[in-house]
Design a protein around this ligand. Structure first.
Ligand SMILES: Nc1ncnc2c1ncn2[C@@H]1O[C@H](COP(=O)(O)OP(=O)(O)OP(=O)(O)O)[C@@H](O)[C@H]1O
Ligand SMILES: [Mg+2]
Ligand SMILES: [Zn+2]
Length: 379
């Protein structure tokens, strides 16, 4: 693979930006009407489309086909074929300036911006400044930027992207149109991974893709990078068999939810023997036991919350499938024959797991605190 997967599959049209429907709709309407703004702030979770959308705006503003053909401009998408679109995709357009505020906290960059923003665009219609990690700018840099934001030249557009909106001064945020980019549900990320896998002819089990999407925790980029890592890792030689969940668990050091659930079941059934055996097996298979404990804590914590407040299901649906939620509900409902757990038991187990986890992180024998905890709690 010559190009990183996440670069290759960066959306080229607003329509391909997934899960950010309101943003897409507003920007598309503005593009159709030829009324894109002069200052934007894109904020929200990493890997959800901020930089992607900023570059799309740059293309919408400078696309030659859009400038020449009003009928095409009314479609609200870039052509992706003209010189300007191609240059922006290749990141070598003279008129699209990407500034990384994290490096040197943007001092020189903003000074340069103040100067260069006055001159007309080289080949496009607009000069577009994309300021990444905008929250890292210093007070002085913000001040300099503020002056420009108050009176931007007609040919200039400034787009700030950040994961930490609260760190931007209100003087800046109030002068820009603001857009939130949301973390994405597992299902949405999985759907994109599926498309990529098909396109790249990566053979991989659905359960493996699901684990990758889950590890991404709402970020397309994280999930796409991981898919690349997993597929190149198991690519040694002429690979014909599909990548399995076990392969993926081994490469990522993470454990699929099914195993986390099975382990939680053993704990709730007070099956000390079974739990210890299961743990030994996970350890032999090379699972990261510290990470596993963390996943287990989160799993039980969700089980408890769901038992107390069933309407939380809506929020958990982002990370869990319907089947997983059903299994979790069963686990958190205690029945007469002692199958599920009551809240008191869950609280006890979670507390004990957190103690074990704290010890594990600094122990040279990570597995021991967990084993001792199992014996204490279950035997
Ligand atoms: N909404 C989305 N729809 C489809 N793919 C996406 C989306 N958001 C991100 N991606 C994928 O993730 C990659 C990285 O996205 P992008 O650079 O836009 O993230 P970002 O929000 O700027 O993240 P960061 O805060 O880390 O800079 C893209 O190249 C694309 O493959
Ligand atoms: Mg970005
Ligand atoms: Zn174009």
């Amino acid at each position: 693979m010559a190009q990183a997967l996440y670069r290759k599959y960066r959306p080229k049209r607003l329509e391909d930006v997934l899960g950010q429907d309101t943003n897409v709709e507003i920007l598309k309407n503005a593009a159709k009407a030829g009324r894109l703004g002069h200052a934007y702030i894109f904020y929200g979770a990493r890997g959800t489309g901020k930089t992607t959308t900023a570059r799309l705006i740059a293309k919408l503003l400078n696309c030659e086909k859009r400038r020449k053909e009003p009928a095409f401009a009314a479609e609200g998408e870039p052509c992706n074929e003209c010189r300007e679109c191609l240059a922006i995709d290749a990141q070598n357009s003279m008129d699209v300036i990407e500034i990384d505020a994290a490096s040197n906290r943007g001092i020189d960059e903003i000074r340069n911006l103040k100067e260069s923003i006055k001159t007309s665009p080289a080949t496009g219609a607009y000069k577009v400044y994309i300021i990444d990690e905008a929250h890292m700018l210093t007070g002085a840099a913000f001040n300099a930027l503020l002056k420009t934001l108050e009176e931007p030249p007609a040919h200039a557009v400034i787009i700030m992207a950040t994961t930490e909106f609260e760190k931007l001064p209100p003087t800046i945020t109030s002068r820009a149109q603001r857009f939130t980019f949301r973390k994405q549900p597992k299902a949405v990320i999985m759907a994109k991974l599926n498309t990529i896998a098909k396109e790249e002819k990566i053979k991989i089990e659905p359960a493996a893709l699901e684990l990758i999407a889950a590890i991404g925790e709402g970020s397309f980029r994280d999930a796409e990078s991981l898919l690349e890592q997993v597929s190149s890792f198991s690519d040694g030689g002429a690979k014909t068999a599909a990548i399995t969940l076990a392969d993926t668990e081994r490469i990522t050091g993470r454990t699929g939810l099914r195993k986390v659930h099975a382990f939680a079941e053993l704990m709730i059934a007070k099956d000390a023997k079974g739990a210890l055996a299961y743990l030994a097996e996970l350890n032999d298979e090379g699972h990261n036991i510290v990470q596993f404990t963390k996943d287990l804590i989160h799993y039980l914590r969700k089980t408890l919350s769901l038992a107390i407040n069933p309407s939380l299901e809506q929020s958990f649906e982002k990370d869990l499938t319907k089947d997983e939620l059903a299994a979790m509900r069963t686990l958190g409902t205690s029945t007469k024959d002692g199958e599920g757990a009551d809240s008191a038991t869950l609280v006890k187990l979670i507390k004990a797991l957190i103690r074990a986890y704290a010890e594990m992180r600094y122990s040279p024998f990570a597995i021991v605190p967990l084993e001792v905890m199992l014996v204490e709690q279950l035997a």
